[in-house]
Design a binder for this molecule. Structure first.
Ligand SMILES: Cc1ncc(COP(=O)(O)O)c(C=O)c1O
Length: 341
């Protein structure tokens, strides 16, 4: 497969239109057989459910070229399963999990020329999503939906080296108890825009959201779960019903236990405990782990001993092991790597 002539190391994280995308439509209670199309545009009625009442859910994952030159996708079955949970919560039809994985594989295969070569640090970001398409004016679920998958090549996350983040404890809440924080729905991101724009204007990289009920426990940021490392080398990660169940976090917990022999605690993390930790990181598909150097709570600074220039040593080991698994340098647990053939 001849690759596109793109400047892989400098493409950044933006939309690059690729050749093919997958589309399937839901009508009269059933999904059609679906397939690939060249048309990157979606034309909708002015009153479509997604436009009026934000009935849309999505997923994000990556395809890589391994050291052996294979194109692989990391754990798409978990994205399929998470999208089922997201769809059910918004009263949308479920796109069958096996069909989801097949649609992702078809999309990656049709755009293999855009899957960045091994060693560039770049990857193909894959975006499956679903939305209500028919006119809806009274508040109720749509009857018709479209499921789509596209891919876009994205550059290396740590271009020019790792730079630990500075995070602000947000005055806004991300998710209510018993709300929609645990699903990947556009509505959770629409309402986070004001908080992130405000944080950026104040010079912060990200927001740390506390739990909305008590404002005492760490939840997550707008796009990643938290990882902490204790001074005696344990991995601690917040457990909450209102955070997104990150696939990267679940994978890192497994890697910590089974590959690195670490002790792991998945539990409520009081914000008051954060100053005791040795390392902090954010985990998600985009960066795998971004180290956090500093958290600022209304003028009070928590500076992690790992500092503002590097990843902490335990964070680095976790990062190297998981990226090693993704890139084919380290043997993966069974079922984690979907090879595109
Ligand atoms: C709110 C939120 N939390 C966590 C994550 C990380 O999840 P994953 O590791 O599945 O990418 C994401 C990104 O997908 C996110 O948007």
């Amino acid at each position: 497969m001849e690759k596109k002539n793109l400047d892989w190391s400098n493409i950044g994280f933006g939309y690059v239109q690729t050749d093919k995308r997958y589309v399937s439509n839901f009508k009269d209670g059933a999904w059609d057989e679906g397939g690939l199309t060249d048309d990157a545009n979606v034309v909708l009625n002015e009153c479509a459910g997604v436009l009026q009442y934000a009935q849309t859910v999505f997923e994000g994952m990556k395809a890589y070229t391994t050291e052996q030159g294979k194109t692989v996708i990391f754990r798409p079955d978990l994205n399929a399963e998470r999208m089922v949970q997201s769809a059910k919560r918004l009263e949308m039809p479920v796109f069958p999990e096996d069909r989801f994985v097949d649609a992702v594989v078809q999309t990656v295969k049709a755009n293999e020329a855009y899957v960045p070569p091994y060693g560039t640090g770049a990857t193909l970001y894959i975006r499956p999503y679903m939305f209500g398409t028919n006119p809806v004016i009274g508040v109720k679920p749509a009857d018709e939906y479209q499921f789509r998958v596209f891919g876009t090549p994205v550059g290396p996350y740590f271009k020019g080296g790792v730079k630990p983040l500075t995070i602000k404890v947000s005055d806004f809440d991300r998710a209510a108890p018993h709300g929609s924080g645990h699903i990947k729905a556009g509505l959770n991101y629409a309402m986070s825009m004001h908080a992130i724009v405000t944080a950026h204007q104040e010079g912060f990289d990200e927001n740390l959201y506390l739990d909305a009920a008590t404002r005492t426990n760490v939840e997550e940021t707008g796009g990643a779960n938290f990882l902490f490392v204790t001074k005696d080398g344990k991995l601690v990660t917040p457990k909450s019903n209102s955070i997104l169940p990150s696939i990267t976090r679940r994978s890192l917990v497994y890697v910590a236990k089974e590959y690195l022999g670490m002790e792991v605690e998945e539990r409520t993390v009081p914000f008051a405990e954060v100053k005791e930790f040795a390392e902090c990181g954010l985990c998600g598909t985009a960066a795998v782990i971004s180290p956090v150097g500093k958290i600022v709570d209304h003028g009070n600074e928590i500076c992690f001993p790992s500092g503002m220039t590097d990843m902490g040593p335990v964070t680095k080991k976790l990062y190297d092991t998981l990226t090693g698994i993704q890139m084919g340098r380290i043997e993966a647990p069974k079922g984690w790597i979907k090879v595109v053939e």
